[in-house]
Design a protein around this ligand. Sequence first.
Ligand code: COA
Length: 188
Amino acid sequence: MVLEGKTIYLREERISDIETFVKLRNDMATQAWNKALPPDYTLPMYQKRFEEKEFSFDRKDARFTIIHKESDELVGTISYSEYESRFSTTIGLVVRKKFWGTGASFDAQEVLLKFLFEELGLLVARIWTQSGNPRAIRLAEKSGFRVSARVRESIFIHGKIFDTLIMDLLREEYYSLHPELLDGLPPI
Ligand SMILES: CC(C)(COP(=O)(O)OP(=O)(O)OC[C@H]1O[C@@H](n2cnc3c(N)ncnc32)[C@H](O)[C@@H]1OP(=O)(O)O)[C@@H](O)C(=O)NCCC(=O)NCCS
């Protein structure tokens, strides 16, 4: 069963996706985070990461591949990590440049958020980004995230210094933006 959006769906990562992920990681326009530099990632590194993913009923993270419904093309990857049961998690999203500005990123983000709040019962979703990434900031804001912490002058990227930003979306904020959904969790 896949997680379905309007124009995209999210499915499990497959070995055939990995070549595209290496390209995204090694492209300075899509790698997004200087912590991940230098851009010398290889197919075997990604294969190893793929193969080391173990079966468990107590999962703390997930990586999904985003597929464009109409063309069946791979759009990018969306993930969550640092998952604390029924409490919080951090989202990561990388989309191929070809799909920027098409609405696919927003669709994927909304599908994942619905899963996190409706199925995992989270209280808060977080995104780490930086002030030099206006696309990521704006995309997060479109889903209701806001900047909750700023570590000033902590990132050096593209020859300039930027602030690290933590953006978050609380459960009640998510449900107030989605009147079509009813929050089934009792208030704390
Ligand atoms: C971040 C990313 C997923 C966003 O996807 P996208 O398809 O570009 O996002 P969208 O087009 O839906 O939204 C981007 C918004 O930023 C706005 N934007 C673009 N450039 C901007 C700028 N220089 N200043 C301010 N806003 C800007 C766009 O107008 C759009 O807002 P709008 O829909 O209100 O007009 C994609 O750019 C990407 O994969 N980037 C590389 C990886 C990355 O940075 N990941 C996020 C790490 S936190």
